[in-house]
Write a protein of this length. Structure first.
Length: 237
């Protein structure tokens, strides 16, 4: 059973922020999940949306803004309040802070033409290869298989990926270790099929204690949650 803090402890702290990750680690998360996008000048940042409008006091697309411009904006808390001085972290900052002390589920949301995040991740010492994995769509994982095949991969089921046989086939083709299911878009028997195929089943997501308990009873191994503290307290008795 692995409890994965989705964007850190994101119900209590600004999502995908260093405080959210630190709080999740302190609460006992087995893994941190976070999202990666690339700035206009090729710096990987940890942010979920394609724009900075929702989570910061700035506006614009991540891919259109430079690293300097992205570092100037301030993150908002879970209630939309701006927190002066708290900036969007870079992938390098997150790796420097947490690699090796907790598992990392690195969700590559978008790649630039040079696949910069994958080449940065490729430089990580072999000592840490089993402490993190890359998650994403087929397109992202195809690039990962080409550039850094030694790093574990997790195929993420999208809302449109309702043909689970195709999902399993794709995961086989990409030599994935995990499949991450999307709540509401799979059946419980799919978890058992996933295990029978030799994959580790992740589930996105469960924020209610009883829902989390049922997920693990169905065979889920890695559970993503936005509220890591209460969920862990309920499950780890």
């Amino acid at each position: 059973m692995l409890l994965i803090a989705h964007r850190g402890w994101s119900t209590r702290f600004p999502e995908n922020s260093l405080p959210a990750f630190a709080a999740a680690v302190a609460a006992g998360a087995d893994e941190l999940e976070f999202d990666v996008r690339v700035s206009a000048d090729g710096v990987p940042f940890v942010i979920h949306d394609s724009t900075i409008d929702r989570t910061t006091d700035g506006t614009g697309k991540v891919a259109d803004l430079t690293a300097t411009e992205l570092k100037r904006v301030n993150l908002k808390d879970e209630n939309g309040k701006v927190i002066p001085g708290l900036s969007i972290p870079t992938l390098q900052e997150v790796l420097a802070s947490f690699l090796g002390q907790v598992g990392l589920n690195i969700h590559i949301k978008a790649l630039d033409e040079r696949c910069t995040p994958l080449y940065l991740i490729q430089t990580i010492t072999p000592f840490h290869y089993k402490s993190f994995y890359l998650a994403g769509s087929r397109e992202v994982l195809e690039a990962a298989l080409r550039i850094c095949p030694h790093i574990p991969r997790c195929l993420i089921q999208g809302r449109k990926d309702t043909d689970l046989d195709k999902v399993f086939a794709t995961a086989h083709d990409l030599w994935c270790e995990r499949i991450q299911f999307f709540k509401g878009y799979y059946q419980e028997q799919d978890i058992q099929t996933c295990l029978e195929h030799g994959f580790i089943p992740n589930l996105y997501w469960a924020d209610e204690p009883l829902e989390a308990e049922r997920a693990f009873q169905s065979g889920v191994i890695g559970l993503l949650t936005n509220d890591i503290g209460p969920i862990r307290k309920h499950l780890i008795k």
